[in-house]
Design a protein around this ligand. Structure first.
Ligand code: ZN
Length: 420
């Protein structure tokens, strides 16, 4: 019996050691109650309770929970974890307050820490999934977050960008395969954006076709950076998945995108206001000249008008991507405010574009983007009602990722520390 007793003690110790870790790996049952819930598509539930089990949403219902909720959020609105389909997590300001460049003396460790801080700021702002487009360091970031070693949103990365206007189609195909081999979730390429182009350029079309068809053969989506109408149209004709930015895209091309089921990701405000606010950090580096900043400034109203035109194009799927660069991380909700206040989008549609629709664009609709049983427990709550006042998205009071609380009011279960 001594051996059994000893074994029992040993097992007890083992459990004591393992228990907290096991709890961290597979969160137990958690109930959350809030004044209202938006499911990501079009349904609103008042007085909503969500039950989470093992990191997944187990139940969603109207009415308070039986007993006290683990998280009583009061007059808040629960939303699916928000999704930003276009960020640059690796872009950061260095110790000197300037945009980080490879030759600024920063160590790889410092650069990784800054990128991880961007990821955490993004998560705390309610964004539980981002598509980062892209740098090779994002592979380690994505994998460290997925393994639970550091906190952050789920990251999809392009691991780099194809900017090779002179490359042959065969060389471009090799570049796609190389990005895939280093772990890319998506391929990001640049259109030529020749401002003098009168129409689609045959050589550009051939190159984009090589990139996008090679990616498709590897079951990878393709995002094409294009501002001019000619480049955006070439991306659509080349069979690419999504057009980024598209400042000067014509209505006819927006209609073609809708017919060909190509996603469109225009920006409303954050990227522009961020450059304005951080001009001193960027100016003089690379292509950031005084003329560049004039260009940004001139195009603020153009951007809003492009978003407006996109939103009124029948059948066009307009996804949510902010192009968050250095200085902008953690303010990813700003384009939601702009979409509603400046571009006239209905709040519910703006929120859907950053949840259910964005999840669909990433090919993850069966896992994220909605509050529904069986999906990952990625939940956000904002103060008040964003369907009445969209600025509520700036006031995040609760973030749950995979069932684990990242931002939360004190759980009802916890007993406050005695002050005696
Ligand atoms: Zn970008």
């Amino acid at each position: 019996m001594r051996a059994t007793a000893r074994a029992a003690v040993a097992i007890g110790l083992l459990l004591a050691v393992l228990a907290p870790r096991a709890a961290a790996q597979a969160p137990g049952r958690v109930t959350i109650h809030a004044a209202r819930l938006f499911d990501g598509r079009g349904a609103v539930i008042r007085d909503a309770t969500v039950v989470v089990e093992g990191g997944k949403i187990a139940a969603v219902r109207r009415g308070p929970p039986r007993g006290a909720a683990d998280y009583e959020l009061g007059d808040a609105t629960l939303l699916p974890g928000l999704i930003d389909a276009h960020v640059h997590l690796a872009w950061h300001l260095n110790g000197g307050g300037r945009l980080h460049t490879p030759d600024d003396g920063e160590t790889p460790g410092e650069a990784f820490a800054a990128m991880a801080a961007n990821a955490l700021a993004t998560l705390r702002a309610g964004f539980t999934t981002v598509q980062s487009v892209g740098s090779p360091e994002e592979v380690a970031l994505r994998d460290s977050i997925a393994a639970g070693r550091i906190p952050g949103p789920r990251v999809l990365t392009s691991t780099g960008q194809i900017i090779a206007p002179e490359a042959s189609p065969e060389r471009l195909r090799r570049m796609v395969r190389a990005l895939a081999a280093r772990g890319a979730d998506v391929i990001k390429a640049f259109g030529w954006d020749d401002p003098r182009a009168a129409g689609v350029n045959a050589a550009e079309l051939e190159r984009l076709r090589a990139i996008c068809s090679e990616a498709a053969s590897l079951h990878l989506r393709t995002l094409v950076h294009a501002h001019t109408d000619a480049s955006a149209r070439a991306a659509v004709l080349a069979g690419c998945t999504q057009v980024e930015h598209g400042l000067f895209v014509a209505d006819a091309t927006l209609e073609l995108m809708a017919r060909r089921h190509v996603w469109f990701d225009p920006q409303c405000s954050l990227v522009f206001t961020n450059y304005r606010e951080h001009r001193a950090a960027y100016e003089g580096i690379g292509g950031y000249s005084a003329e560049t900043f004039d260009w940004f400034e001139r195009n603020v109203p153009v951007a809003r008008e492009t978003v407006r035109r996109a939103l009124r194009t029948p059948g066009l799927r307009v996804v949510y991507g902010t192009d968050a660069v250095a200085g902008a991380h953690g303010r990813n909700a700003e384009d939601l405010v702009c979409r509603v206040q400046q571009a006239g989008q209905a709040p519910m549609n703006a929120l859907a574009s950053a949840t259910a629709l964005a999840a669909e664009s990433l090919g993850l609709a069966d896992r994220i983007g909605r509050i529904a049983p069986g999906l990952d427990a990625d939940l956000v709550a904002v103060e008040g009602d964003p369907l009445r006042d969209i600025t509520a998205v700036r006031r995040v009071v609760f973030v749950l990722k995979g069932g684990r609380a990242i931002v939360a009011p004190r759980a009802a279960r916890e007993t406050p520390a005695s002050s005696g």
